[in-house]
Design a binder for this molecule. Structure first.
Ligand SMILES: NC(=O)c1ccc[n+]([C@@H]2O[C@H](COP(=O)([O-])OP(=O)(O)OC[C@H]3O[C@@H](n4cnc5c(N)ncnc54)[C@H](OP(=O)(O)O)[C@@H]3O)[C@@H](O)[C@H]2O)c1
Length: 273
């Protein structure tokens, strides 16, 4: 009998978001999670949040069933060395690590059920978009993992060769969306709102726009048509944004991130997001 259901190896930005999301989604309690990290400041913070923390990865693996690896890509091989002898039949491996493939994990750790996941930091409020690809899994492993992440947002199962694209649209995408929000908020200040008011109006408006698309599956342009009166103010603003290259800048930004990721994956050093 394992003491913990889940070990999160690497309690950084994403590992912490995952731990918070697991609690917020009422799936497991604090006693079911053990988190590891090497930085004293991070272990102190995680302790302060109520989590059980250790710097001993092998101990965390021994005590848990689901092993989530959430370190930077260049830290994967030393983490693998630390845990390989502690792994045993029954363990389920989960990796958030950008660019580390199923094959890389098998080569370093052997044959286990492996889930590569690409969530984003909205895990902590159970609003993540999590893309998942798996290997060596049974249908009960798949049901277990999908149910876990479905309670922390939306889940899409994808082939492994789409994980790079998922990284850019879903994981980097949260930063792209937030930069748009910052710009909108700053524009709001320029036309009269203080920063708190402008940020609130921006955030609720963007949330409403996102929910309209998630809940109706309508194409964004269909919703845009509903707010663009001929010769009106919305279409004038939109067209000016396009004259300044809004859509082009966003698409080119995504492609630049994707190309950088591809170059990292084909290079000798994997350094990540
Ligand atoms: N952040 C995101 O939104 C996001 C989304 C999807 C995927 N990812 C991927 O998920 C992984 C983690 O991302 P992150 O943003 O959470 O990175 P991060 O903030 O750097 O977190 C990784 C943590 O693991 C610690 N660590 C390093 N080696 C360790 C070891 N052997 N045992 C235990 N802990 C160790 C690091 O300590 P040090 O800082 O001292 O090295 C750091 O605190 C990356 O591969 C990233 O590409 C991130």
């Amino acid at each position: 009998m394992k003491n913990h259901k889940i070990a999160i190896l690497g309690g950084g930005n994403l590992g912490t978001s995952l731990a918070k999301g697991l609690i917020a989604s009422n799936q497991i309690g604090y006693a079911d999670i053990i988190i590891t990290d090497k930085r004293d400041s991070q272990t102190a913070l995680l302790n302060h949040l109520g989590f059980q923390v250790t710097s001993d990865n092998a101990e965390a693996v021994n005590k848990s069933q689901i092993i989530v690896m959430s370190v930077k890509p260049q830290q994967f091989s030393s983490l693998a060395e630390e845990i390989s002898s502690a792994l045993a039949p029954g363990h389920i491996l989960v990796s958030t690590i950008t660019g580390i493939t199923h094959k890389d994990i098998e080569n370093a750790l052997g044959i286990f059920p492996i889930f590569r996941i690409m969530p984003n930091t909205a895990l902590e409020i159970c609003e993540s978009m999590t893309c998942i690809s798996y290997k060596n899994t049974s249908s009960s492993d798949e049901a277990l993992l999908l149910a876990l992440f479905e309670k922390m947002g939306k889940v899409l199962v994808i082939p492994e060769d789409m994980m790079g694209a998922a990284t850019v649209v879903g994981a980097c995408g949260i930063a792209f969306a937030l930069r748009f929000m910052r710009a909108m908020s700053q524009g709001g200040i320029e036309i009269g709102f203080n920063s708190e008011m402008s940020q609130l109006i921006t955030a609720q408006t963007v949330k409403g726009a996102a929910r309209l698309i998630v809940e109706t599956s309508n194409h964004p342009e269909r919703e845009i048509d509903k707010v663009t009166t001929p010769q009106g103010i919305t279409i004038s603003g939109l067209n000016e944004m396009e004259h300044q290259g809004l859509s082009s800048a966003v698409i080119r930004g995504l492609i630049t991130s994707f190309n950088k990721l591809e170059n990292l994956n084909t290079g000798t050093h994997k350094t990540g997001k």
